[in-house]
Design a binder for this molecule. Structure first.
Ligand SMILES: *Cc1c(COP(=O)(O)O)cnc(C)c1O
Length: 352
């Protein structure tokens, strides 16, 4: 059935153990982020087999799929006040930045007779979630009285909203802040987190401050590439996921539409360059299921032209072979393509 995404499980398992070994050698524990493949059980079991002791996801529906796995489960999007009871049920640990939410988590944990563990998010300049170090110290003191919350560490997130890279300057703030919290609250923190896959380059260059002992990583595991400078991790594969789509029309047509140009299917005003007549193939895969810009054609002679919700159009004029209707186009996948393919119920998931 097409479209489908095929997972090469042996390549993926190889990435998992390769990246984990690098982190183990540096004394850094990795929590594997499962959101890009919607915590699919075939893939989470590979992570468990590779020795991961913590899995993390941004969505409760995905965390539910981890029930029963022998590992810690962490919610990595700040909890909604409206979901705290599910957070306490499905997550052992959550990332937090707000007193009212932590207060609600405490009440709910009391109700469920659990200790809920939290890490406070520190803002280091990327300007997504997190609070200033000073605010984190204050908040740590305030939550000491909560009977069913345990503060186990501090965490940060970079290279997401603002594109800010981890550096010795911003990373140094983490151990400094942790020390202050430990001193002021008279507690020990198990984890000082240094962010996501974009911090892997510092880990590999051995420039990460020694006290940072935790990262949450997704992309480096599934694409084999650290995301700060887009460097491939030695020995890792970048083609663990291949998406395939079936051709439903091939026609020679103009490169510029004919008539008065209004708006496209997504309300944008499209622009065109005249490349003359071209062979155009339409596949049964659309923006609802994929991120066209993230498709890397395995046939180098094929270029993406444009698309809509259910259709993608390719220029196959210089393709390596003569395609016909019913043939399959294959693409390596960016992180975003994997995410949308797993999210779309219209894309079959296949495991090799
Ligand atoms: C998605 C996400 C991650 C994982 O990021 P990668 O770049 O895939 O390693 C880590 N932390 C948070 C809070 C996230 O939302």
């Amino acid at each position: 059935m097409y479209p489908r995404i095929t997972v090469n499980t042996s390549k993926l398992a190889h990435n998992f153990s390769t990246v984990k070994r690098i982190a183990d050698d540096a004394g850094v524990e990795l929590f594997a982020v499962t959101k890009s493949f919607t915590a699919n059980p075939r893939i989470t079991s590979l992570l468990i087999n590779a020795g991961f002791k913590g899995l993390a996801d941004s969505r409760i529906l995905n965390l539910k799929k981890l029930v029963g796995l022998p590992c810690k489960k962490m919610l990595i999007r700040l909890p909604m006040l409206s979901e705290v009871s599910k957070v306490v049920t499905y997550a052992d640990i959550s990332l937090n930045s707000n007193y009212d939410v932590i207060n609600a988590l405490n009440k709910e944990a009391k109700k469920q007779n659990k200790i809920h563990e939290i890490m406070l998010m520190i803002e280091l300049g990327d300007l997504r979630e997190g609070i200033s170090p000073e605010h984190a110290i204050e908040l740590s003191k305030k939550i000491q009285s909560f009977s069913n919350i345990r503060l186990i560490g501090i965490a940060t997130n970079l290279t997401c909203y603002g594109g800010i890279l981890p550096s010795t300057e911003n990373m140094r703030i983490m151990p400094d802040t942790a020390e202050k919290i430990e001193r002021e609250c008279d507690i020990g923190l198990r984890y000082i987190n240094g962010g996501n896959s974009s911090t892997m380059s510092m880990l590999i260059n051995k420039t990460l401050p020694k006290k940072i002992n935790h990262l949450r990583v997704g992309e480096v595991l599934i694409k084999g590439t650290e995301t700060g400078y887009q460097q491939r991790i030695a020995g890792c594969f970048d083609d663990c996921f291949i998406i395939e789509a079936e051709i439903i029309e091939i026609e020679e047509k103009d490169s510029v539409p004919t008539g008065n140009i209004g708006l496209d299917a997504f309300g944008q005003k499209p622009t065109f360059t005249d490349k003359g007549r071209m062979m155009r193939a339409i596949v049964a895969l659309g923006k609802q299921d994929t991120d066209p810009e993230g498709l890397i054609s395995l046939d180098n002679g094929i270029d993406y032209i444009g698309g809509s919700g259910d259709h993608l159009i390719f220029d196959i004029t210089r393709a390596s072979k003569q395609y016909r209707v019913g043939d399959i186009l294959q693409f390596n996948c960016s992180y975003g393509v994997i995410l949308r393919a797993f999210t779309s119920e219209y894309v079959e998931k296949r495991f090799l």
